[in-house]
Design a protein around this ligand. Structure first.
Ligand SMILES: O=P(O)(O)OC[C@H]1O[C@H](O[C@H]2O[C@H](CO)[C@@H](O)[C@H](O)[C@H]2O)[C@H](O)[C@@H](O)[C@@H]1O
Length: 268
């Protein structure tokens, strides 16, 4: 069958699915977790993917070369939410962890930072107000102020002070800041590597850290005009328009993501 031409950006959604179906064997779909596959909750431990998500991801994984979740959550958390999925790959902690051949593989350069991160979480619990939820993720510490937004400034100051004193990196997010080891790894780097041999890639994200993943798709297109990348934002009221502006299209919610994929799968 003759190939349809790569659509001009932004393509119609129907064009985007047509090109994707044609290149299915060379296509990867990437998804952020919180806010994209799962609605935001006050308690990060309570987050669950929307009901339709596991089924639609598994169907997508059967139709294209690869489906992967690329999250700031640890792989252990992602496994607890997607235990039934056999064909979906998992990147945790911005790619510092990967689920590979039945085990978690951790970036070796990050491992020496585990004790420092554990100490940091302990200090955060002692020194920050009790309303701040401290999430220890082995190789990073997230400081959540969703239920106490008036404390954002105090949390930011404390976080920046710690980052400076201990040589850590800071990542801002939705009502959260996260302290990470000074190891070069982010979602953009994960996507750059993962689309090296692909002809088509989609990324669904809702947060500031996802913009680097969108950029990685654009960078791939810049060096290979045949590559077809689609950046999809999921709307949220907290990061303003920045994520949507960086994307090709915006969906309203995790439920809308599941419905969008189910509809798109009809093209294959
Ligand atoms: O890369 P992601 O999978 O999107 O992870 C980003 C952060 O997600 C979680 O926090 C966010 O979702 C929580 C649950 O809905 C919400 O309570 C919080 O306000 C959000 O920032 C997670 O807890 C963080 O560790 C991740 O960095």
């Amino acid at each position: 069958m003759a190939e349809t031409q790569r659509p001009i950006h932004p393509p119609s959604i129907a064009d985007a699915w047509a090109v994707t179906a044609e290149r299915a064997a060379e296509t990867t779909f990437f998804f952020d977790f919180d806010g994209v596959l799962s609605p935001v909750t006050d308690d990060p431990d309570a987050s669950q993917p929307v009901d339709a998500v596991p089924g639609v991801l598994e169907s997508l994984a059967a139709a294209v070369r690869r489906v992967a979740i690329v999250s700031a959550r640890p792989v252990s958390f992602l496994r607890s939410r997607f235990a039934s999925l056999e064909r979906v790959d998992l990147y945790g902690l911005y790619g510092l962890e990967v689920w590979h051949d039945g085990e978690v593989v951790t970036e070796p350069a990050a491992l020496p930072w585990i004790p420092a991160m554990s100490d940091l979480a302990e200090r955060a619990r002692k020194e920050l107000p009790a309303q701040i939820l401290v999430e220890f993720k082995r190789l990073s510490v997230a400081l959540h102020y969703r239920t106490a937004p008036q404390l954002a400034g105090e949390v930011e100051r404390w976080g920046h002070e710690q980052a400076e004193r201990h040589g850590l990196k800071i990542q801002g997010g939705r009502m959260v800041i996260e302290l990470k080891p000074p190891v070069d790894q982010d979602k953009g780097m994960v996507i750059t590597e993962a689309v090296r041999n692909a002809r088509c890639g989609w990324y669904f994200g809702d947060d500031m850290s996802d913009i680097k993943a969108f950029d990685a798709l654009r960078a791939r297109e810049a060096v290979d005009p045949d590559f077809f990348g689609v950046a999809v934002a999921v709307a949220n009221p907290e990061t303003g328009a920045e994520v949507s502006i960086a994307a090709d299209l915006t969906l309203e919610s995790p439920d809308a993501v599941a419905a969008f994929l189910a509809e798109g799968l009809k093209t294959f």
